[in-house]
Design a protein around this ligand. Sequence first.
Ligand SMILES: Cc1cc2nc3c(=O)[nH]c(=O)nc-3n(C[C@H](O)[C@H](O)[C@H](O)COP(=O)(O)OP(=O)(O)OC[C@H]3O[C@@H](n4cnc5c(N)ncnc54)[C@H](O)[C@@H]3O)c2cc1C
Length: 442
Amino acid sequence: MREAHADQSAPDERSAPGPSEDAQVIVVGAGPAGSSAAFHLARAGVDVLLLEKSSFPREKVCGDGLTPRAVHQLIRMGIDIKAPGWTRSRGMRWVAGERQVEIDWPALGGYPDFGLTRSRHDFDDILARHAVAAGARLRTGVKVTEPVTDRAGRITGVMAVSGAGGEQVVHRAPVVIAADGASARLALSMGLERDTKRQIATAARRYYRSPERSREEFLELWADLRHPRSDRFLPGYGWIFPMGDGRVNVGLGAIPHRRHGKADLRATMDRWLARTPEAWGLREENAEGPVRSAALPLGFNRHPLYTRGLLLVGDSGGMISPWNGEGIGQALEAGEVAAETAALALALPTGPRRERALHHYPVEMNRRWGSYYRLGNTAADLVFSRSGFQPVLNRYVMGSPFLLNTLARLLTNLTDRPSRDVIDHVLNTAVRLVPAPNARRR
Ligand SMILES: Cc1cc2nc3c(=O)[nH]c(=O)nc-3n(C[C@H](O)[C@H](O)[C@H](O)COP(=O)(O)OP(=O)(O)OC[C@H]3O[C@@H](n4cnc5c(N)ncnc54)[C@H](O)[C@@H]3O)c2cc1C
């Protein structure tokens, strides 16, 4: 372990090219998962090298919405969420047909009662800098191309290219964390294929200048979007998230249905936005940039989450919630668990004792989300991929504050444990009744 953290006034951040560097842990990818892992490792005194192929600040296609669960992780990291640029939300507004309901974020003991939005352009930059300030060495413009393995197939480092000349460099570490996002290239090159039984959703977003909607207090979710051609309900939902800077992040996500295939998100978005009031400004002339889309790997769709020196964190491990498509809070939380696991393992001698400690990571992730995701994967297969959220937001649910709050807390995984109210009790019991899948096989 390092003696002390690097001089906080001179954080160690550099763009490539650079020489080969060794570390105790290499983290590949400086999105929320990678920066969280690097931050927590550095805080634990571990020498960590964080490799990122792009340079900050950079865009990432996202809805930019953070639920209280994600905010909780930011607070755990000591991110200054009172600083300018963070926009608070007090809850969700669900729109379905003629009806709309507003649901405040719950007042729980274990989570804050507010959410946030912040563009990923700033958010990821802030997190990566935070990891550097804690002592992580960040190298941007470094693209990891393949794992370096020993004869037993265990990862011992990574091969990377950097700089305009595409110089090849090998970085070595006894533990590597894959946080390279939905493409999961590193996991794939270690033989960890995607579980084809699990869903992959697609989502698209665009920014609009909309002073009218930019300071809204609620994250707005539309459950009744229809495909323009078939008139079927979109198997997902649309969102309008206030950015607080005169803009809104507007998007929609859908789970492909086995029979109907992929949804035409662009056409569905055009039809939807034409329905919104003119005063909101969600029209072509107010758009900033093109519609961009990306994949959402849901419900632990890659496993095991640990193999031969490699831990998968965030989208690379398919950790997006099948209940609502949220993945930032999950990436931050898993980054912390992976960091704790690696720090503990590194305190043990190489060999079976260290290996046993590393194998704890999938077990702990499974303990946290195994049953909840199993239930969510079933809901995604049977309900959301057929007709989105329309069936669960029927008039009985929309008319009952108790059912609405229960649904909201189920979708966002917000309960106190041990249970403090009836909703906690109902949800925690329901999840407990579902057996968690096997962490090693799943
Ligand atoms: C349209 C859309 C909307 C979404 N909206 C929300 C939302 O509102 N709220 C929410 O919580 N989640 C949302 N998500 C999901 C969320 O974006 C992801 O779950 C989250 O970004 C996962 O973080 P990550 O760190 O695992 O991966 P990423 O954020 O993808 O970060 C991966 C990092 O790895 C780097 N990288 C990749 N390959 C390499 C390589 N070979 N070498 C070095 N670096 C590499 C990338 O450049 C990137 O910086 C949305 C997703 C989409 C597509």
